[in-house]
Design a protein around this ligand. Structure first.
Ligand SMILES: CC(C)(COP(=O)(O)OP(=O)(O)OC[C@H]1O[C@@H](n2cnc3c(N)ncnc32)[C@H](O)[C@@H]1OP(=O)(O)O)[C@@H](O)C(=O)NCCC(=O)NCCS
Length: 113
């Protein structure tokens, strides 16, 4: 995991956001900036790994991390952020929709391993 963080830290297009409480990491968001071919290479952002440690949920940690992700994405001139979430994660769907994320696309995944 340390090596993974070090690798991503070398890229200016990857941001690992962490939420801390009492010196402990209690939440993570991975923000990835890329240039969108269909939008004239305008930057866009993908959000992955949105996770808050169980005991720290429902305290606004997830909302704060996504607000920070949006701040960075705006700073990087992204025209949108996008994410996919498992269809079974009903709580996560409510969470995103409460924060203003709109369900605009179907997500598909294709297993390669
Ligand atoms: C989805 C997830 C990231 C949300 O993180 P979180 O820190 O609990 O999010 P928030 O506290 O900002 O909001 C969660 C709920 O708490 C409520 N809440 C937020 N602050 C609150 C407060 N101060 N007092 C009471 N309730 C509060 C919100 O209304 C929200 O309700 P909702 O889930 O019905 O929308 C978290 O539940 C999680 O890690 N889930 C497992 C992993 C997962 O599903 N990740 C998404 C993968 S795409």
């Amino acid at each position: 995991m340390r090596r993974a963080f070090q690798t991503l830290a070398r890229s200016r297009d990857h941001y690992i956001l962490v939420a801390e409480r009492e010196g402990q990491v209690v939440g993570t968001v991975h923000l990835l900036i890329f240039r969108h071919l269909g939008h004239g290479l305008h930057p866009a952002a993908i959000v992955e790994n949105v996770v808050v440690r169980g005991a720290y949920r429902s305290q606004g940690v997830g909302e704060a991390m996504l607000a920070e992700a949006a701040r960075i994405a705006r700073l990087r001139r992204c025209y949108k952020m996008a994410l996919t979430t498992n269809v079974a994660r009903k709580r996560a769907h409510r969470f995103y929709e409460r924060l203003g994320w709109r369900r605009t696309h179907y997500g598909y995944s294709f297993d390669l391993e």
